[in-house]
Design a protein around this ligand. Structure first.
Ligand SMILES: Nc1ncnc2c1ncn2[C@@H]1O[C@H](COP(=O)(O)OP(=O)(O)O)[C@@H](O)[C@H]1O
Ligand SMILES: [Mg+2]
Length: 413
């Protein structure tokens, strides 16, 4: 066979395998399982930490070798989720495929599942996190509380909806949005037209009166068991989650109802791994489902120090159908403040010792270049009192990313 024949006869899989891959083909001695994670951001980086303790090889599919997970030493394949050959090569190197983000073609995941590779969560469950219109329709059909919504194509559709539900309304991109991108509050048809002209598919929602935003993080095994964390309060600014409080400061029966709702949703859609259910609590203590994420989620970051088992460890245990870990809190409360890149370049190396001057502060840096509004890390503080823990976490966060860092105690002149 000539080398040209050999090239022609190569399957896409063999082709992909022939590319440089930085993951061992066989598990080394002592490996308990191999998990492939599509995506290599901070969620993959923190899942890699959890994998190490359990002897799991987490192999990530990275676009570049300078993403957060490969930078932290996670074995990786280079490739895009849109590239079926790269996805197949990842699946062939591991026991189960999971994801650190939802921007993954469902058809590719279905193709992997059809050829016998376990994909967890399943492509059908993942669609609830990929397509906000599908999620609204299906959750509504299953009887879960969602805001009034409609598919829209033109300003007249939005006007008709607002005629029934009042202005302003919320326009949402069906797919691809995150951190508030793709979510617009619009007060009239002209504004709606300007949003719709950006292109893509949109839905409209009634503006829900929100007293508190919360999220429930739950891990679910394929065989059905759950491990659900206490409800987390999420504080958003400009559509981005900036602070988290576990447990949420809501009435106990509302918290119990939120946990029950999240467990029932995870069961109904047969989610596997971590599911985060974002909820609105209205001033009347009604719960309304916002969006779902079927992966470790920002609202669960306090679980690393604040819970007996972190969401990352429980995600791995769930996708491997292993017994789930205890979700009991290790302290009365845990607060997390996200570190967002600011307008000025930040020298984290210089600033980190300032943040560490408070011995109660747990710092997580993601290895990302600080850009304005970009999540580059988080800090968590456990305590007996939310206000005290929050002050400590905010101070540490300011020391790391505020334009002018406050000086640590004892160094002020
Ligand atoms: N129907 C709604 N009513 C009121 N506020 C909303 C509504 N939908 C979204 N929001 C606000 O916008 C934020 C971002 O919306 P979300 O759908 O969660 O998008 P993202 O994918 O960017 O997180 C929510 O956390 C909430 O503060
Ligand atoms: Mg959201």
């Amino acid at each position: 066979m000539t080398s040209r024949d050999a090239r022609r006869d190569r399957t896409p899989v063999a082709d992909a395998l022939a590319r440089p891959a930085h993951a061992p083909a066989r598990p080394p001695h002592g490996t308990t399982a191999r998990v492939g994670m599509v995506g290599a951001g901070q969620l993959a980086r923190m899942t890699h930490r959890a994998a190490i303790d359990l002897g799991i090889d987490l192999v990530v599919l990275a676009l570049r070798d300078d993403e957060p997970a490969p930078l932290a030493g996670a074995p990786y394949h280079l490739g895009a989720p849109e590239d079926l050959a790269a996805m197949t090569a990842l699946a062939e190197a591991v026991d189960v495929v999971t994801l650190d983000h939802e921007l993954v073609p469902g058809a590719h995941l279905s193709a992997l599942a059809a050829s016998g590779h376990p994909v967890r969560p399943s492509p059908a469950a993942l669609r609830f996190a990929q397509d906000k219109l599908h999620a609204r329709r299906e959750l509504d059909r299953l009887g879960f509380p969602v805001p009034a919504f409609a598919e829209v194509h033109e300003p007249a559709d939005v006007e008709r909806f607002a005629g029934d539900h009042g202005w302003p309304v919320v326009l949402k991109a069906r797919a691809g949005g995150y951190d508030g991108r793709g979510v617009e509050l619009v007060a009239g048809a002209d504004q709606a037209g300007a949003v719709l002209r950006r292109g893509g598919a949109w839905l409209v929602e009634a503006l829900v009166p929100i007293a508190t935003e919360v999220a429930v993080v739950t891990a679910r095994r394929p065989s059905g068991g759950h491990a659900t964390y206490p409800v987390v309060e999420t504080v958003q600014a400009g559509g981005i989650c900036i602070e988290l409080v576990m447990p949420a400061r809501i009435h106990a029966p509302v918290a119990a109802a939120a946990i029950d709702l999240a467990d029932r949703i995870a069961d109904a859609i047969e989610a596997v791994g971590i599911t985060a259910v974002e909820l609105f609590v209205t001033p009347d203590d009604e719960l309304v489902v916002n969006e779902l994420a079927l992966r470790p989620h920002n609202s669960g970051h306090a679980s690393i120090e604040g819970s007996t088992t972190s969401q990352f460890a429980n995600h791995l245990r769930a996708v491997l159908d292993w017994p789930l870990g205890d979700t009991t809190m290790r302290a009365p409360c845990a607060v997390t403040v996200n570190l967002l890149g600011g307008p000025e370049p930040t020298d984290l190396a210089d600033r980190l010792p300032l943040a560490l001057a408070d011995p109660q502060v747990h710092v997580h840096l993601y290895g990302k270049e600080p850009r304005p509004g970009r999540k580059i890390g988080h800090v968590t503080v456990l305590g007996d009192d939310v206000e005290v823990a929050m002050t400590a976490a905010r101070t540490a966060a300011d020391r790391l990313v505020a334009p002018t860092p406050p000086m640590p105690e004892g160094t002020r002149t």
